[in-house]
Unconditional design. Structure first.
Length: 113
């Protein structure tokens, strides 16, 4: 859902981009109370098993999507800085955030090329 294939397995990395009240539950029943998501194993478009999430509602899913994007943007900025690049333009930032969102490993290699 929303390109959050790895949200369950990467929640620890994304947590700093989420409200403090954004909690992980352990069962579907928790989604009726204070949990925003529970772990959910899915198969992605490449046929790979991923540890994603089942979200309480659309708002919870959108928070997860935003956190994922923010994390990937920060990963791009850190890699660009390490490579000695200057500050990106708004268009470059949008482009590379999207590329990192699609796959951080390939994106980092392409950025170095």
């Amino acid at each position: 859902v929303l390109g959050t294939d790895d949200f369950g397995s990467e929640f620890v990395r994304y947590k700093k981009y989420l409200p403090k009240s954004y909690n992980e539950g352990s069962s579907e029943a928790d989604l009726l109370h204070d949990a925003e998501f529970i772990q959910d194993t899915r198969i992605n478009e490449l046929g790979q098993q991923t540890q994603s999430a089942l979200f309480k509602d659309l708002e919870s899913a959108l928070w997860a999507f935003g956190a994922t994007l923010a994390h990937r943007k920060d990963r791009f900025l850190a890699k660009a800085k390490a490579l000695g690049y200057g500050n990106p333009t708004e268009d470059q930032l949008a482009y590379w955030t999207y590329v990192y969102y699609q796959g951080e490993g390939n994106a980092a290699r392409w950025l170095q090329a």
